[in-house]
Unconditional design. Structure first.
Length: 140
């Protein structure tokens, strides 16, 4: 890593890719993670540009086709449509979410839970949050 603290290659540094397992064809491929908390000399740029940051953690898919993931270094939990790769929702977390979210059902509601705890190796601040989001009920 040079003196600037940035990686020695051009972006994207991390991404999401959907592959059709029957045909083995790439359905979509996009950078994952914004430049909000990254910048030269460790100074966050606060730019909402999807440069694709290093990632650590997985994602989960709902029955309706939403992929929830918060593995980037920008402390954002995102929902991505698995058919198109387009981000359909995001929420800023109180700490980085380098952890795999969990989905469960309670009393007819679908719940997404994430541990926003940061990660020492990813050089994101260590915190101690568990956050749950109730997904809207499906409309008929």
């Amino acid at each position: 890593m040079p003196l600037t603290g940035l990686l020695c290659k051009k972006p994207p540094y991390g991404g999401l890719t959907a592959i059709d397992l029957n045909t083995r064809k790439v359905l979509w491929d996009r950078p994952f993670g914004s430049a909000r908390k990254n910048g030269p000399f460790g100074i966050p740029s606060m730019l909402p540009v999807d440069i694709g940051t290093p990632n650590n953690g997985g994602g989960v898919v709902t029955a309706s086709g939403l992929f929830f993931i918060a593995a980037a270094t920008d402390d954002i939990l995102r929902a991505v449509d698995i058919r198109t790769g387009k981000e359909v929702w995001q929420e800023k977390l109180p700490a980085d979410g380098q952890a795999t979210p969990m989905i469960y059902e309670a009393n007819g509601l679908q719940i997404v839970v994430i541990n926003a705890g940061g990660h020492d190796f990813m050089e994101t601040p260590i915190r101690d949050y568990f956050i749950a989001y109730a997904l809207p009920a499906a409309s008929n």
